[in-house]
Design a protein. Sequence first.
Length: 327
Amino acid sequence: MTLVTDVRLRRILDSRGNPTVEADVVTESGGFGRAAAPSGASTGEFEAIELPAGEAIAAAREHAVPRLVGETYAGNQREIDAALRAADGTDDFSKIGANSAVAISMAAAKAGADVLGAPLFQHLGGTFRGNNFPIPLGNVVGGGEHAADATDIQEFLAAPVGAPSVQDAVFANAAVHGAVADVLEERDHPSGKGDEGAWAPSIDDEEAFEIVDEAVSTVEDEVGFEIRFGLDVAAAEMYDAESETYEYDSAGVSRDTDEQIEYVADLVREYDLAYVEDPLDENDYDAFAELTDAVGERTLVCGDDLFVTNTERLREGIDRNAANSIL
C-alpha cells in the first residue's frame, strides 16, 4: 500500500457525448490510476444520485479530496471507499455525487494495482483462483430507452454459457451480433445501432425473438458450444403506476402484473432464456419473488433497478426471495 498524494478531477464527455467526471489518483510511490464515471440511459428510481459533472467535481474537491490526500492508501480499497462515504454523509451520494465517487474509487483501485504491478482484476480479486469465469453478455438487439422506434424490450443479450474461455465467449458474442445483422438483411430490415451498439431495427418483440434465436442457433453450430440468450426487459420503464399495467407501446399491448409474470415465464420456457433482467417493476418485490419461484431453477432472474447496488434493498430482496442474481 502507498499513500495517496493527489486526486485530480475534470469534466470529460462519455460515450453518449454527455459530460461526466474523470479522476486521476496519484500515490507517493508513483502509482497512477485514471477512471471515468459511466451512467445509464435508463436508471432506477432508487439509484445513487448523479450530480451535474461540474457540481460533482466542486463538491468532491471540497469534501472528499481532503479526506483522501495524505490520509488514505491506494491498495486499501475499503479505506478509500469508506472515506468517500464519510465525505458524502448521505445514503445516496447526493452531496458529492455518485459520479465523482465512482470515478475516484475506480481510479484509486487502478492506482493500487499499478503500485503492485498486478492486473486490476487480480488486485481486486486477491488470490482467489476458480475454475469458473463470468460469462459476458452481448447486447445484440436493443430498444426501449436505448433506441427509438424499436423493440419494447430494452436488450436482447447473447449468453455463451458453454464457452470454454472468456476469449471464446467474447468472440461468440461478436459472431451473434454479426449473425443478427445477416438475418436482418435477409428479412429486409435496414437497421442502425442503439447507443450501446446493439442493432435497433423497427421490429416488434416477437420478430426480435425469432431473429435472435436464429442467429444464436447459427453461431452455436459454428463454434460447437452452447449459446443461449437473455433479456434486459427494463420493465420499470414500461410500468404505468396509475393503471398498474405494463405498456408495450410498439405492440399495442397492456399487461397487468399477473399477466406480465406469466408472459415472462412463458418466454423463459419457450426460448430457454439464460438470463432475465428487471422483468418487473422496481418496487414489486412480491412479483419478482413469484417469477423467481416459477422459473428461478432454469434461469437467472436478475435485479438491477430493483436493487441498484444498495445493500438495504438487496437484503430485503434476499429475505423475500425476490430474484436470484444481482447486477
